[in-house]
Write a protein that binds this ligand. Structure first.
Ligand SMILES: *Cc1c(COP(=O)(O)O)cnc(C)c1O
Length: 434
């Protein structure tokens, strides 16, 4: 079976973030369960990164699977302009109940990037609709918000974006709060260009893609106070941090902060189906209500609020029980202990953690194209653990069903790598980055 998969794949498939000239053949995966992926030969691989930060309760969770099956047999898809349905309405209500106070409207889209595009467009248009246009967006250094054009513009400029640089709109750049003085820069920006500034967009409390850079709750609170005073929107991109990753349901909740717009995707459906959602305040929603039809939000996607994806999300939300809270607390504590013993080890520059997200910065040249991460990825894969370091930063972001024994395995692989173990050569390239 894997032969024909690879034959077709090599001939016809174009993979994300993949240099096809160098990349080894992808690994054909046949099935998954809990924290484990199984390749077509039956070999288990521990999914220590939740398959790109999406899987929350574990792969193929039976209650999500059956909710999907039941919904698919009942209502598969319907146009969402002029129509609605139970899964979308119930999900909006369930999300609002769990979101930070003040967020009362849910706009559905397809993924994290589109959830960010929607947030930026809602902010800009709400000012325009109110007859006092503001066109400036501020974003953090080292930010990542997705790969569509608006999301790229808000994200840090680097190897991902340099090709498109001249086509990206300008944003005001604020220092990365994990290393710089964001609040002083924000004060200066508001003093000089506050009347132009529509929104500040942040990845709350942890800049994910740039290496799990954890930052302070007090800074998020400071950004909220300052933006609120200046009438500037705060957009929280919780695409990675949402749904319990940092401990509480949302990172903003951890800091007691209510943004004006909040982006969700990844863990929204338990990581099973693609779905994006942008939550907005009633004030922003009201800026679009008008007899003037030009004030409409002219944005939508073919699969907006797909019923099957919404049903998966509802089933996933129902799994955030006390038991799930305890599992996240257990993972948080295990990370803490494991990182404490790694800290100060040869080869470790720094360790970082927020909730269920743990990161180990390796002592090697930094940057996305750093080789050490590729070597660790190759070694861990050989040992049956899926890691995908961001440059020289290895991280563990596991599904919440991951046991302590499974976590020990992840840390054991990292420890052995640090002691000098390496993978057998597998040809040029090695597993790719991101
Ligand atoms: C992954 C991610 C995105 C993009 O989401 P996609 O579903 O890949 O488009 C946006 N923002 C953050 C913070 C992310 O981690």
């Amino acid at each position: 079976m894997s032969d024909s998969i690879l034959q077709h794949d090599v001939r016809h498939v174009w993979h994300p973030y993949t240099q096809h000239h160098q990349a080894p053949s992808p690994i054909p995966i046949a099935r998954a369960n809990g924290s484990w992926l199984f390749d077509t030969t039956g070999r288990p691989i521990l999914d220590a990164i939740s398959s790109w930060w999406v899987t929350t309760h574990g792969h193929c969770h039976p209650s999500i699977v059956s909710a999907i099956a039941a919904q698919a047999a009942t209502l598969d898809q319907v146009i969402f302009a002029g129509f609605t349905h139970e899964p979308a309405a119930a999900l909006a209500a369930a999300l609002v109940e769990r979101l930070p106070a003040g967020l009362s409207r849910i706009f559905y889209s397809d993924d994290g990037s589109t959830a960010v595009e929607v947030a930026i467009k809602l902010s800009l248009q709400s000012f325009a609709n109110d007859g006092r246009p503001r066109r400036l967006i501020a974003a953090l250094e080292n930010a990542y918000h997705g790969d569509t054009f608006g999301a790229m513009a808000a994200g840090a400029r680097g190897v991902f974006t340099h090709m498109y640089e001249p086509l990206l709109f300008d944003v005001a750049r604020l220092p990365d709060p994990s290393e710089g003085d964001t609040l002083t820069a924000l004060d200066a920006l508001i003093a000089s260009r506050g009347h132009e500034l529509a929104a500040v967009i942040v990845e709350p409390l942890v800049l994910g893609a740039s290496g799990m850079r954890v930052w302070d709750e007090a800074v998020l609170q400071g950004i909220r106070t300052r933006t609120a005073a200046a009438g500037v929107h705060l957009i929280a991109d919780e695409v990675m941090t949402g749904f319990g990753r940092t401990g509480p349901m949302f990172a903003c909740g951890r800091a007691g902060v209510s943004p004006d717009l909040l982006c969700m995707s990844k863990g929204l459906t338990g990581g099973v189906l693609p779905l994006g959602a942008t939550a907005a305040t009633e004030t922003i929603f009201d800026a679009f209500r008008s007899d003037d039809r030009r004030k409409t939000f002219f944005h939508g996607h073919s699969y907006t609020a797909n019923p099957i994806a919404c049903a998966a999300a509802l089933a996933s939300l129902a799994l955030f029980t006390d038991e799930c809270d305890q599992a996240r607390a257990r993972i948080t504590e295990t990370h803490r202990q494991q990182l404490a013993s790694l800290q100060g080890t040869a080869g470790v520059r720094a360790v970082r953690q927020i909730g269920t997200v743990a990161a180990v910065e390796l002592d090697a040249p930094a940057g996305y194209l750093s080789d050490i991460g590729r070597e660790l990825a190759a070694f861990s894969l050989q040992e049956g653990v899926l890691l995908r370091p961001l440059g020289n930063v290895a991280y563990c972001l596991p599904p919440y069903c991951t046991s302590n024994a499974e976590l020990d395995r992840v840390y054991d692989v990292i420890a052995r790598f640090l002691e000098g173990a390496r993978a057998a050569p597998i040809g040029s390239g090695g597993p790719v980055d991101d």
